[in-house]
Design a binder for this molecule. Structure first.
Ligand code: GAP
Length: 531
């Protein structure tokens, strides 16, 4: 076996710009291990708005003070990310050739890799690396009574107003002056006059607010009548609750334990928007943790820093993450307590993930309405009880969007703009690009394909010869590929190739035989553990 021989820069990339010593950085600088929840302290900060719930800031004791207004440095507006997504094939508007469909987006070749990697990273942290959480994949369509029992038929609605002339509908809480009002105030018949609201579309008069249920309906079976109505699930969580006993018994789990699920959810959002932030069809990554009632508050507190640490470990700046607790009148119908992990998007601080103490709301109601006993028997204490549930509920699309925004940077290299997606290697759509320095030399191209085929058995690798090497590097930088492997004329003689690092732009000469091993070792070293 040939040894890995580092050698000086040879390929046509700009000279290395690394100023410090040490080895090239992998992705943005980050701690080699996730913050230990034990070293994290919580501070309840006064809210920016007196009427909103308090901001709960959790940060490792050694962290610099978070800057609450720091947007990702290069993302001035949403258009930067929307433009990149369309240009490079991350996300496309759905049904585009027919004029599109509002609030549905399609993931292109790079987007599907990114989103799959986000879901994989979540599954690894929540299921694969834990002994107390198991997975599930339940149906999107379920018995319609589930949504009556869960409270979604009666309670899952947003107050909205309709324009008397253009008939468009708007969420009341999205009007200036109404953002911080509670549900009762948002349904107050006098709110339109009091806040002087008019239709944002044509200035027409708005009617009094009404509740608008967010669940999408369809029909099951050949007859389209009321009896055939079923709902497209608005959250994946209910599939977990109705399978709670099946999973507990077959997986032989004892409380406390969790069930995790990733899957599509649907909401007939009144005001979707901000690209993939609020969609009508989206994916959730939800985990329900079943605990003894008196321990729910402690488990809630333990899950909060863990979930924030997950985003940080995959590259999101701690300065652009914070917690916000829901006010009592803001809580969802099922929640006793809720804290959002919020991210500083270009359009403001918004929810990225919700952590909820759902008490015995779900299992208690399903047990009563179905007549099935969903109690847990604790052999240690010989007690029967309905477990309480601590839920962590993340959006896969929102997480992928966040990683994309936070990884984006523009820098100047030798007088030219370089766009880089500094994605964590685990999240990057392609891990390696194999590039020929001279595509006219068939032996070089053949060697590239051999290296790429070997890599593809382990990871996502791609070959590209459609431009000069400098341009090829820039293209890979822009889509976040952490490493490029270049084959040149010398490679044919000495069997060595150049590996170029995306972030440091350093180049190393290694044996072609070692490329797959080198990349898999780097990937393994970069992967966060114990989250
Ligand atoms: N089971 C609890 C639940 O669904 P939620 O706060 O309504 O709680 C959880 O949603 C997460 O799902 C949100 O934090 C967000 O990441 C994602 N999500 C919710 N609605 C969404 C939408 N319309 N488009 C994209 N993601 C959405």
């Amino acid at each position: 076996m040939r040894s890995i021989v580092p050698r000086r820069h040879r390929a046509g990339d700009p000279r290395p710009t690394r100023t410090g010593g040490g080895s090239p950085a992998l992705g943005r600088p980050k701690p080699s291990v996730a913050p230990n929840p034990a070293t994290i302290r919580a501070t309840v900060l006064p809210s920016a708005h007196a009427t909103r719930g308090p901001l709960v800031e959790l940060h490792p004791v050694t962290d610099p003070k978070p800057d609450p207004n720091a947007v990702a440095p290069s993302v001035r507006d949403l258009e930067t990310i929307v433009g990149l997504s369309k240009r490079r094939g991350f996300v496309f508007p759905s049904s585009e050739i027919y004029g599109g469909i509002n609030a549905v987006w399609d993931y292109g070749p790079l987007g599907v890799e990114l989103k799959n990697n986000v879901k994989r990273a979540w599954w690894r942290a929540m299921v694969q690396e834990r002994d107390d959480i198991v997975g599930l994949d339940s149906g999107i369509l379920m018995h319609p009574q589930i949504w009556v029992t869960s409270g979604h038929v009666a309670e899952f609605n947003d107050p909205m107003v309709e324009c008397a002339t253009c008939k468009r509908r708007f969420r009341v809480d999205e009007f200036a002056g109404a953002e911080d009002l509670g549900p009762k105030e948002l349904l107050d018949p006098g709110i339109v006059a009091r806040l002087g609201l008019a239709c944002p579309n044509d200035g027409g008069p708005l009617n009094a607010p009404r509740r608008f249920n967010l669940m999408l309906k369809t029909f099951l079976g050949p007859v389209e009548d009321e009896a055939a109505v079923v709902y497209l699930r608005p959250e994946t969580a209910q599939g977990i609750y109705v399978n709670y006993r099946n999973v507990r018994d077959t997986a032989r789990k004892k409380v406390p334990f969790g069930i995790a699920q990733v899957g599509k959810a649907f909401r007939n959002e009144i005001s979707p928007g901000n690209f993939v932030f609020r969609m009508r069809e989206f994916e959730q990554m939800e985990m329900q943790y079943f605990v003894r009632p008196e321990t729910a508050a402690d488990y809630f507190d333990a899950w909060m820093p863990r979930r924030k640490a997950w985003y940080e470990a995959y590259g999101v700046s701690p300065q652009r993450l914070r917690f916000r607790e829901h006010r009592p009148d803001e809580l969802a119908h099922y929640a006793k307590k809720a804290v959002d992990v919020e991210y500083r998007f270009p359009f403001g601080w918004k929810e990225l993930e919700g952590i909820h103490n759902r008490g015995d709301w779900d299992l208690g109601r399903h047990s009563k309405e179905s007549g099935e006993n969903l109690e847990y028997f604790d052999p240690a204490t010989e007690e029967h009880f309905i477990p309480w549930i601590v839920e962590t509920s993340a959006g896969a699309d929102r997480a992928a969007f966040t990683f994309l925004i936070d990884a984006y940077r523009e820098e100047e290299v030798r007088g030219e703009k370089r766009v880089v997606l500094g994605l964590h290697p685990d999240l990057a759509p392609y891990k390696v690009a194999v590039l020929p320095l001279l595509k006219k030399r068939p032996e070089i191209v053949a060697m590239c394909h051999r290296i790429k085929s070997d890599l593809k058995r382990q990871t996502m690798a791609v070959y590209d010869d459609t431009a000069a090497i400098g341009k090829l590097y820039r293209r890979q930088d822009e889509i976040g590929t952490p490493w490029c492997v270049t084959v040149d004329v010398d490679s044919l003689e000495d069997g060595n190739v150049t590996v170029r690092d995306r972030d440091a732009m350093t180049q190393e000469r290694i044996s072609a035989d070692q490329v797959t091993r080198y990349i898999t070792d780097k990937l393994d070293a970069a992967r966060p553990r114990g989250l």
